[in-house]
Design a protein around this ligand. Structure first.
Ligand code: ADP
Ligand code: MG
Length: 303
C-alpha cells in the first residue's frame, strides 16, 4: 500500500520484543498481498479483473473488509466509496500524472458502492456494471493496525503503538502516562498543530499533504469526492479517534470528503468516535464530545 508501518513496544526481553515486531511486519505484508491493487496477483486485483463478468470468491477476510466498507458507504451517504478507484487508478502522484477531464467524466459514472454485490452464503463479490473497480486504500491500513494490535495482545504486550501511514492504535498507556499524539500542521512540514493525550485508542488522520502534486495553484491529492471524481476540497486534514482503527481509518477519509459541517454532524451520531478537522483556512474544528467548556467564570465566594 506504499506506506510505512511502525511498531513501538515495551518488552522485558529485547530478543522476544524484536520477534514480535517482525511478526507484525510479516502480518502487514500478508495483508498487503491480499488487499493491494498495485500487486498484480493479489486477490483484490483478481476481483477487479473478473467481478464484472462473474462472482469471484473473496475469502473471509477480504469479504469482511469489503462488507465493512459498504456499510460505511451507507453510513456516510456515499462519501466513503471504495469504487472511487475507477477514477483513482488514473492518478500517479509520484509521476504527477492525473486523468484529463474526459477520462474523469467517463470513469466517474462507475463510482457507486451499490455496483458492488456481495453474496454472503457463497462468499463472493460481483460488480453489476463494467468498468467498476475497488480499492481499499481508505480502510486497509486501519485493518493492518488492528491485526498488529491483536498480535501484540496475544503475545502479552500491554504498552505499544502500531502505526500504518496515518493510522495508529495505542495499546495501553505510555507506562503510566497517556500517549501524546500529534496532529500535523497540514501546511508546515514537521510541525504539530495539536497534541492530544490518548490511551487505548485508535486515531487516524487523512490529509491532502500525504500524496499530492500541484499544478499552478491546484493541489491534486489522493482523496476523491465520489460525486465529481475530483480531489475533495475544503478540508486540509480530518482526524478521527475511537475504539477501532478500521473505523477511524474509514471515517477520517469520510470526514475529509464530507467537510467540516456534514462530517462533524456524522461524528456526533457516533458516541464512541470524536473528530478534529482543519479546514482550508487553517481553522480547527472539534466534534461535540471534545468541545472544551468555554472559559468559565467561577463566582464562588471565598469560604
Ligand atoms: P492515508 O492513506 O494518508 O492514511 P486515508 O486513510 O484518508 O489517508 O486514505 C486515502 C486513500 O483512500 C486514498 O489513497 C485512496 O486509496 C482511498 N480513497 C480516496 N478517496 C476515497 C473515497 N472517497 N472513499 C474511500 N476511499 C477513498
Ligand atoms: Mg482513512
Amino acid at each position: 500500500m506504499g506506506t510505512e508501518v511502525s511498531v513501538l513496544l515495551w518488552h522485558d526481553d529485547p530478543v522476544l520484543g524484536e520477534q514480535i515486531v517482525e511478526q507484525v511486519f510479516a502480518e502487514a505484508e500478508r495483508i498487503d498481498k491480499l488487499m493491494s491493487t498495485y500487486i498484480e496477483d493479489s486477490r483484490i486485483s483478481d476481483i477487479n479483473r473478473r467481478a464484472a463478468s462473474e462472482p469471484v470468491v473473496a475469502g473471509d477476510e477480504l469479504f469482511l473488509i469489503i462488507r465493512r466498507s459498504l456499510d460505511i458507504s451507507v453510513l456516510t451517504l456515499g462519501a466513503f466509496d471504495i469504487t472511487y478507484d475507477s477514477v483513482g487508478q488514473h492518478y500517479d502522484f509520484r509521476n504527477h500524472q492525473r486523468p484529463d477531464e474526459a477520462t474523469v467524466e467517463a470513469e466517474r459514472r462507475h463510482i457507486d458502492y451499490r455496483f458492488v454485490e456481495l453474496d454472503q452464503a457463497a462468499g463472493t463479490v460481483r460488480f453489476t456494471e463494467d468498468g467498476v473497480r475497488i480499492n481499499l486504500g481508505g480502510i486497509a491500513k486501519g485493518y493492518v493496525v488492528e491485526r498488529g494490535v491483536d498480535i501484540l495482545r496475544m503475545r502479552g504486550v500491554h504498552n505499544a503503538i502500531v502505526t500504518a501511514g496515518g493510522d495508529s492504535r495505542l495499546l495501553g498507556d505510555r507506562r503510566g502516562q497517556p500517549w501524546m499524539v500529534g496532529i500535523r500542521d497540514p501546511r508546515n512540514d514537521g510541525q504539530v498543530a495539536i497534541s492530544i493525550p490518548l490511551e487505548d485508542e485508535a486515531i487516524s488522520t487523512s490529509g491532502d499533504y500525504e500524496r499530492y502534486f500541484e499544478e499552478g495553484d491546484v493541489r491534486y491529492h489522493h482523496i476523491i469526492q465520489p460525486n465529481t471524481g475530483a480531489p475533495a476540497s475544503g478540508v486540509h486534514s480530518a482526524t478521527v479517534f475511537g475504539p477501532d482503527a478500521v473505523i477511524t481509518d474509514a471515517l477520517s477519509t469520510s470526514v475529509f470528503v464530507m467537510g467540516v459541517d456534514q462530517g462533524l454532524r456524522l461524528i456526533a451520531t457516533l458516541p464512541d468516535y470524536e473528530s478534529i478537522v482543519i479546514d482550508a483556512a487553517g481553522r480547527i474544528f472539534y466534534s461535540d464530545g471534545l468541545q472544551q467548556p468555554e472559559a468559565q467564570s467561577f463566582d464562588t465566594p471565598d469560604p
